[in-house]
Ligand binder design. Structure first.
Ligand code: ATP
Length: 206
């Protein structure tokens, strides 16, 4: 199984990294690839450049066993669509199961993704949930969840949805950017290597 966790990582934070480590504990995989979404189609702009986000993501993953930073979407000269990335992995590894990891907030908005139904035809999903109530799902996503939810992804090649409870901590990149701009401390929310990079390069208006 190939396990992929995509994001803007603007910046990568301990919420992402701890969640990725939870996935490693719960799935039959030795590594999880954190894919940098260079030009996210659903965000107007990013706080840091693709070069800086990549430098932070690759440094954070380098010191954590099992976490692999991947910049294939950044090398593509067009918007980052998950379906294109999955098609690329499918072509390279025709026999391997693919699993895409997303936070529950992103999951609730899945129907807004380009060719979202094709995503489930290509891959399983692992949905990272916060402690407490799950985000409200619209009728489409409620039906998708009821139809595809599984208790275990073993033997599941595609289309299985596994909810991983309590995998999300209350950390968001938006909050980190706001805190930096306001001069508040963020070192408890980031790996030291990322906190140092942000302060050395004066990112996010700090
Ligand atoms: P922003 O606040 O800028 O929207 P974000 O961290 O939510 O940032 P991304 O970097 O694009 O945005 O997130 C990548 C993936 O990580 C998404 O699937 C998102 O749902 C998930 N994610 C975000 N925060 C956490 C967290 N605290 N724990 C686990 N997963 C998270």
């Amino acid at each position: 199984m190939i396990c992929l966790f995509g994001g803007t990582f603007d910046p990568v934070h301990l919420g992402h990294l701890h969640a990725a480590e939870r996935v490693l504990e719960n799935l039959p995989v030795a590594e999880i690839r954190l894919l940098l979404s260079a030009r996210p189609s659903h965000k107007a702009s990013t706080g840091a450049s693709v070069q800086d986000r990549w430098a932070m993501l690759s440094a954070a993953c380098a010191e954590r066993p099992g976490l692999v930073a991947d910049n294939r979407e950044a090398r593509r000269n067009k918007p980052s669509y998950t379906v294109d990335t999955l098609l690329e992995f499918r072509a390279e590894h025709p026999k391997e199961a693919l699993t895409w990891v997303i936070g529950s907030d992103a999951y609730a908005l899945l129907p807004s993704w380009y060719r979202w139904e094709a995503v489930l035809e290509l891959a399983n999903l692992v949905v990272l949930a916060r402690p407490g109530p799950f985000p409200t799902l619209d009728p489409t996503m409620s039906a998708v969840t009821a139809q595809h939810r599984v208790a275990d992804l073993r033997g599941c090649h595609k289309g299985g949805i596994l909810l991983l409870e309590d995998a999300m901590e209350e950390v968001s990149a938006a909050e980190i950017r706001e805190r930096i701009a306001a001069g508040a401390t963020v070192s408890h929310l980031l790996p030291a290597v990322v906190a140092n990079y942000i302060s050395t390069h004066h990112l996010y208006g700090g």
